[in-house]
Design a protein around this ligand. Structure first.
Ligand SMILES: [Zn+2]
Length: 593
């Protein structure tokens, strides 16, 4: 984002000077319900420990849709339904993943696979051999492949790769094994796996692709350099089942008493990746959305506008559920006042970034939050221990033109939409996000109680405003931040135009991209911005696959990548949104019971 694009000013709420949109007595009951009788950790517990990971299209995801729908009904919400947005051709479920080195020294391994990849046929042991580097290496493997696992990246020479593929095609092999990528200097054993749901149901993968934790992978590489044969055993319970499987968002409402067609949306995505139990991504956002609904239902809140709670599916595959929802409901997007999305973890909801035209309305809508106590007065990650106010509006000239979560689908349609700014001691992006550590124990109960209560108050306050939230400065048609989708599709971590880490056997590694490569040109044209790169990587009818020129150390390399399906990305800055003409509303007392 260029400097001129946005200017930021943090403003205090000054609630004391303003009439609240939530009656103070009702607000007190909301706070009591949310802070003293909270159910948010029980919801999160069921979601992550009883259901588990909720990969889109898995049986767990379907189960999570059914369970959350039943819970909304039990809370007494209205118009509770599953909102179908698509289907996947096959169902993929993971069970246990086990691996161990048997000889020359026993090692219990921590292993993982991408979603929509093959498992083993039961517990299968075999010889672990390094991936061949030369044609002679391939020839020497004749007759051995069927009982072998192969270690490391695929052969870099195209000719050797073809010869090796032909051998595997003829003889079969037990699986490909590699070092898990995506470690972090502070978290060297971190593992992250993703996956591509676009499998061909008539030609499903049959050979497992397994990754091993970094430190254990290093030991395996030492063993492979030693004199003794390395035998290894895996039991990878990845199972495909014939589809198609219908995919849903879950929707529930508290109908508006005065303007039922006008809506405030509270949301979070229900789906997760499959590595752990999807606690901070996004069990926390799911649980706070459900708990906000429960709190408002429990106190009998009667908002002027409808509050609609939505749990999205397919977020991790590129905001699929919310994109579809916005597309299918595009004619009623002018009736959506605001969208409060909760993603990015267990830290507490502390702020929103808004445009100048929204400030006054939001000060009214959020006034009752200001008297709350921050769950941790000086919370911050990594020594950032400055005291922070309980709620802060950051004013920018325009709504942030990016966001890797479902609110971006609404911003693209010109709707004021936020992902809460979170504060606190949890290190989401480095530690829990998409890793093996994203489990229930890392959720912070006092933060979760606080956030759910804030979400409930914000939704009710916004639904009770005299008008819809102004849209000036919302950058319509500005798309989503597709970085995580691109990273998942290619099997890399990106830092701007640099491939910070390249996962062995991912699409980028297979194409020959290495750690530290920097993209300079696509199809001979210089690219310096990420949007340009994204557009170049999209599939185009009849076009050659994109050729990337890479700066590698002091040299240069060139690779051809298969095109990647990605969410739409902005051209330029997008088109500023204007507040739609509204029918004049009769003036009324702003305090609503
Ligand atoms: Zn998420």
């Amino acid at each position: 984002m260029s400097k001129s694009f946005c200017s930021f000013v943090a403003v205090p709420l000054l609630a004391a000077l303003l009439p609240a949109q939530v009656d103070p007595q009702l607000a007190a009951r909301i706070k009591e319900e949310g802070l003293q009788r909270s159910q948010v950790m029980a919801i999160l517990d069921h979601l992550t420990n009883s259901i588990g990971q909720r990969l889109t299209g898995s049986d767990n995801f379907t189960l999570a849709c059914e369970w959350t729908k039943a819970e909304f009904e039990r809370m007494g919400l209205k118009n509770v339904h599953l909102d179908e947005w698509g289907e996947f051709p096959v169902i993929w479920n993971r069970g246990q993943w086990q691996g161990r080195v048997l000889t020359p020294e026993p090692i219990e391994l921590q292993v993982a696979t991408e979603a929509w990849t093959a498992g083993t046929k039961g517990r299968v042991s075999g010889t672990l051999r390094p991936m061949p580097k030369t044609a002679e290496d391939v020839a020497a493997l004749s007759g051995l492949a069927a009982t072998s696992y192969f270690w490391g990246s695929r052969p870099s020479s195209a000719a050797v790769r073809r010869a090796f593929d032909a051998l595997v095609q003829k003889e079969g092999c037990l699986g490909f094994v590699a070092r898990a990528g995506a470690a972090h200097p502070r978290f060297p054993t971190r593992m992250r796996v993703f996956g591509n749901h676009r499998v061909n149901p008539n030609n499903l993968p049959t050979i497992p692709n397994i990754v091993v934790r970094q430190d254990q992978a290093a030991r395996i590489e030492e063993l492979l350099r030693g004199p003794d044969a390395v035998t290894i055993e895996f039991d990878i319970r990845n199972r495909f089942r014939a589809g198609p499987v219908k995919l849903h968002n879950v929707v529930a409402e508290i109908p508006g008493t005065e303007f039922p067609d006008q809506v405030v949306i509270v949301c979070g995505h229900l789906d997760s990746w499959h590595m752990a139990t999807g606690t901070t991504d996004n069990g926390t956002g799911t649980a706070s959305t459900m708990e906000a609904a429960r709190i408002l239902a429990a106190v009998g809140a009667k908002p002027r506008r409808t509050i609609r709670f939505i749990l999205w599916g397919g977020e991790e595959q590129g905001l699929l559920g919310s994109n579809s929802y916005v597309r299918r409901n595009r004619t009623s997007m002018n009736n959506v006042s605001a969208v409060f999305n909760h993603d990015t973890g267990t830290n507490w909801a502390q702020g929103l970034t808004v445009t100048p035209s929204m400030v006054d309305d939001l000060k009214l809508a959020l006034a009752e939050i200001e008297s709350m106590t921050p769950p941790e007065p000086d919370a911050g990650v990594d020594g950032d221990r400055e005291p922070v106010p309980v709620l802060e509006l950051t004013v920018a000239d325009r709504m942030p033109a990016r966001g890797g979560s479902d609110h971006a689908s609404f911003l693209a349609a010109g709707v004021p939409a936020w992902s809460w700014t979170l504060k606190g001691r949890s290190d989401y992006f480095n530690y829990t996000w998409h890793t093996q550590w994203d489990t229930f124990d890392i959720a912070i109960p006092e933060y979760m109680r606080h956030t759910s209560t804030v979400v409930a108050l914000a939704a009710l306050g916004t639904a009770n405003l005299p008008n819809l939230i102004a849209r000036d400065g919302v950058m319509r048609a500005v798309g989503t931040d597709a970085t995580p989708v691109l990273e998942a599709a290619l099997g890399v971590e990106l830092d701007g135009m640099t491939f910070k880490s390249v996962k062995p056997d991912g699409r980028a590694a297979t194409a020959g991209i290495r750690d530290g490569d920097v993209v300079t040109h696509v199809n001979g044209e210089e690219v310096t911005d990420f949007g340009r790169l994204m557009r170049a990587l999209r599939p185009r009818e009849g076009a050659e696959p994109p050729r990337l020129t890479l700066k590698r150390g002091s040299g240069e390399a060139s690779v051809v990548l298969e095109p990647v399906e990605l969410p739409r990305q902005p051209r330029g800055e997008g088109r500023p949104e204007r507040t739609p003409e509204r029918a004049p509303e009769r003036p009324r007392d702003p305090v609503i019971r």
